[in-house]
Design a protein. Structure first.
Length: 216
């Protein structure tokens, strides 16, 4: 074999070797790029899932918080509402409500009381509310009080036989679930009420008495 032919074959082999090396290098780069792309895509997907899960948890927490702040109206019953009469110069009738439930409930303005099946309830001392008026939240097992002053002959009137009880709702003209009727004779109560008015609900009996003008 002559030297020129040998040189030509060596050059051809060298070119083939360079071509193969370049092809392998390109294959390695493409493989590395593909793996990197898959990792980036997987990381992005996980990040999105975390954001969605986090957002769902936050929304659920906000919903639970709103639910916990929702307070139901208090409901009247013959064992939750009691009456007592105080005599003397500052004579008055005390109306006491007990929240027997395990949750806070809400009272609006004052109780609606109709003695001896009267057509209209005893007027509120504070006047009729224009829209919603005042509210009072009673904690679980807690109490609320309202007072009817009977310190004049007209306001004391005569002894009553029964009372029908309603609780006001969230608007001036609405009522909660009721009414209930309490028979004073069955309870052995002597309650005298005449031309008087009743206070709004109060957290303390003393506060209600002061509002009614029969407490110090």
């Amino acid at each position: 074999m002559t030297a020129p032919r040998t040189r030509r074959r060596s050059a051809a082999y060298a070119a083939l070797a360079l071509g193969l090396a370049g092809s392998l290098a390109l294959t390695g780069c493409n493989s590395h790029s593909s793996k990197k792309s898959k990792k980036t895509s997987s990381s992005s997907s996980k990040s999105k899932k975390r954001k969605i899960i986090g957002g769902g948890a936050a929304a659920a927490g906000a919903g639970a918080g709103a639910a916990s702040r929702r307070v139901s109206p208090c409901r009247p019953s013959t064992y939750r509402v009691t009456f007592s009469q105080q005599t003397g110069p500052d004579s008055h009738v005390t109306v006491k409500f007990k929240n027997t439930t395990g949750n806070t409930c809400r009272l609006y303005n004052g109780p609606r009381l109709r003695f001896n099946n009267a057509k209209t309830p005893l007027p509120l001392l504070a006047g009729e509310p224009s829209v919603m008026g005042s509210t009072l939240d009673v904690p679980a097992k807690g109490y609320a009080y309202a007072v009817i002053p009977t310190n004049t002959p007209a306001s004391k009137g005569s002894e009553q036989k029964s009372v029908t009880i309603d609780f006001m709702g969230s608007t001036a003209s609405s009522l909660t679930h009721g009414p209930v009727t309490l028979n004073f004779a069955e309870k052995r109560l002597h309650i005298s009420v005449g031309k008087s008015k009743i206070t709004n609900w109060s957290h303390s009996v003393h506060g209600a008495e002061v509002t009614a003008g029969v407490g110090n």
